[in-house]
Design a protein around this ligand. Structure first.
Ligand code: NOJ
Ligand code: MG
Length: 546
């Protein structure tokens, strides 16, 4: 047992779990609602305009009030911060701008005391070029850590070893004058890729996982898990005939020799073995996004990730027919016993409220909190935060700096919210228009707000096992209404979501009790008998039967 287990489970035992019936039958990560926080944008405590751990610690009442079950923190480690901290110079410490390891321990303890779990971002694919391992590796071709990174000789004409492109633009190979070879970087040139074929690298990274699990963290989100292994022969990626000029140059190739290689699957299985050395820890991961590949990331004989992150809802067209098709395609693509998950936002994705608008954002909240599978949302989504326009001189995202003009900028979704005052100082990215209304303090006072809708739905999901872990029973969607049932034993619910800004009729011949309308008012009678008239943009959850 890890040292902190006693403390952690001790504090959990003192508290009667609010949803004990569900918890008895499932793992915590199946029922918890996950909440992604980019520390830098959450709450500043020291007036430098950047969020930090002490700031986050001061806002835990809010997380508890909202009812979330697990926090995922984007990287908090020492870093030159060229890529939101995904360029890590020390995997086993905290960036001084965010705080200290002691503050991290206090944060973890306070979260656990409130029954909230914590997972960290684990970035196995690359380090910062400032990491001590890379300093050693680049020192000379004979350095014992040379093979920890991917080094290759130039082609006979002196050019880079092959045509592989960095995601952020340009060749993925960087010439190193001093040692006379190229090194490979999937992302920035300041983010050299580790060589996962090297067993010492795998052992060192396993020890990073153990370091944090011994401190008590409840698991990880694995960054870029699909690109861990690259072709040994360094073969060129073929051009993608379907990708036209409108795509950024790195996306005009079929990355078959750099992405989603079979070897990467073995490395994920190894990571999972390390996770399983500790009790109750979860491994989530950023995976190859195609639905037909997502099942493989769960593993077959040997388990890999518990929760390969699924972005189907974000990528889907927003209409009943597309959604029911995409939801079913995903559910059918994952292995029988695999547990689904649904991501509705993140630090790399356009804010979903900007795509859907405020009315349908409420429908999305009801959808993601009633589907079968673990919901992941991104801090600020519960406030309806939208993309914030960023003036050219304020751009920080390397994606936009290196590949301008392709709408790749991720700064608009990385701005701070306003938890009753994010910071005394100017925030590191500008806050968006509407922040006076779109903040926790204001929305908490309005019991019909989106924030309250999230809170009420999370509470309902915690109370009703059928909504958390029950079966998903599709109902034929009709007339712009997406509907499905959730059932557990003899308890069943009908969820009906009107996907358009006009009233819609739902032909339904059942009866039941209305538990909640996404409009959060008393418009409908408590007892409903089909057919039902849904108001524009309205979602309903009905408990079936008498
Ligand atoms: C995936 C992360 O989500 C993204 O933000 C980052 O830029 C890349 N990995 C590179 O680390
Ligand atoms: Mg700060």
């Amino acid at each position: 047992m890890r040292p902190s287990d006693a403390a952690v489970s001790g504090s959990r035992r003192r508290r009667a779990p609010r949803d004990s019936r569900v918890q008895d039958r499932s793992a915590w990560w199946q029922t918890a609602v996950f909440y992604e926080i980019a520390t830098i944008s959450f709450q500043d405590s020291d007036g430098d305009g950047k969020g930090d751990l002490a700031g986050l610690l001061s806002r835990l009442d809010y997380l508890e009030w909202l009812g979330i079950g697990a926090v995922w923190l984007t990287p908090i480690y020492p870093s030159p911060m060229l890529d939101l901290g995904y360029d890590i110079s020390d995997f086993c410490d905290v960036h001084p701008e965010f705080g200290t390891l002691e503050q991290f321990d206090s944060l973890l303890e306070e979260l656990h005391r409130r029954d909230v779990r914590l997972i960290l971002d684990f970035v196995p694919n690359h380090t910062s070029d400032q990491h001590a391992w890379f300093t050693e590796s680049r020192a000379s071709c004979r350095n014992p850590k040379r093979d920890w990174y991917l080094w290759a000789d130039p082609r006979p004409d002196g050019g880079s070893p092959n045509n592989w492109q960095s995601r952020f633009g340009g060749s993925a190979w960087q010439w190193d004058e001093q040692s006379g070879q190229y090194y490979y970087h999937s992302f920035l040139r300041e983010q050299p890729d580790l060589n996962w074929r090297n067993a010492e690298v795998r052992t060192a990274m396993a020890d990073v996982l153990r370091f944090w699990m011994r401190r008590g963290v409840d698991g990880f989100r694995v960054d870029a898990s699909a690109v861990l292994a690259k072709d040994l022969l360094l073969r060129d990626n073929p051009p993608d005939p379907q990708a036209g000029e409108s795509k950024p140059p790195p996306q005009r190739f079929r990355n078959i020799f750099t992405d989603d290689r079979p070897e990467a699957m073995a490395y994920l299985a190894e990571m999972r073995e390390v996770i399983d050395e500790f009790e109750n820890c979860v491994l989530c991961g950023e995976v190859q996004g195609k639905t037909d590949r997502i099942g493989h990331f769960y593993g077959h004989d040997k388990p890999r990730l518990h929760l390969p992150l699924n972005f189907v809802l974000l990528d889907s067209a927003w209409d009943a027919i597309s959604l029911q098709g995409n939801i079913d395609a995903y559910l059918n693509a994952i292995p029988n016993k695999a547990w689904p998950d649904w991501v509705t936002g993140g630090h790399d994705k356009h804010r979903v409220a900007s795509k859907l608008g405020p009315e349908q954002m409420r429908v999305l909240a009801m959808l993601v909190l009633t589907l079968r599978g673990t919901p992941f949302f991104y801090a600020g989504d519960e406030l309806g935060m939208e993309r914030v326009p960023i003036a050219t001189d304020r751009i920080t995202d390397p994606f936009e700096k290196l590949l301008p003009g392709y709408e790749l900028n991720r700064d608009p979704e990385r701005t701070a919210g306003k938890n009753g005052g994010f910071s005394e100082a100017d925030p590191w990215l500008p806050m968006g228009p509407g922040i006076e209304k779109r903040n926790v303090e204001t929305l908490k006072d309005d019991e019909r707000s989106l924030l309250w809708l999230f809170k009420r739905l999370i509470a309902l999901r915690r109370k009703e096992p059928a909504l958390a872990v029950g079966a998903y029973i599709p109902v034929r969607s009709q007339n712009d209404v997406l509907s499905f049932k959730r059932a557990d034993g003899d308890v069943a619910f009908l969820v009906a979501l009107n996907l358009v800004h006009e009233p819609r009729r739902l032909a339904w011949d059942g009866e039941g009790t209305l538990l909640i309308s996404s409009h959060l008012d008393d418009y409908h009678p408590a007892l409903l008998r089909g057919p039902i008239l849904l108001r524009p943009d309205e979602g309903l959850i009905i408990k079936l039967g008498r």
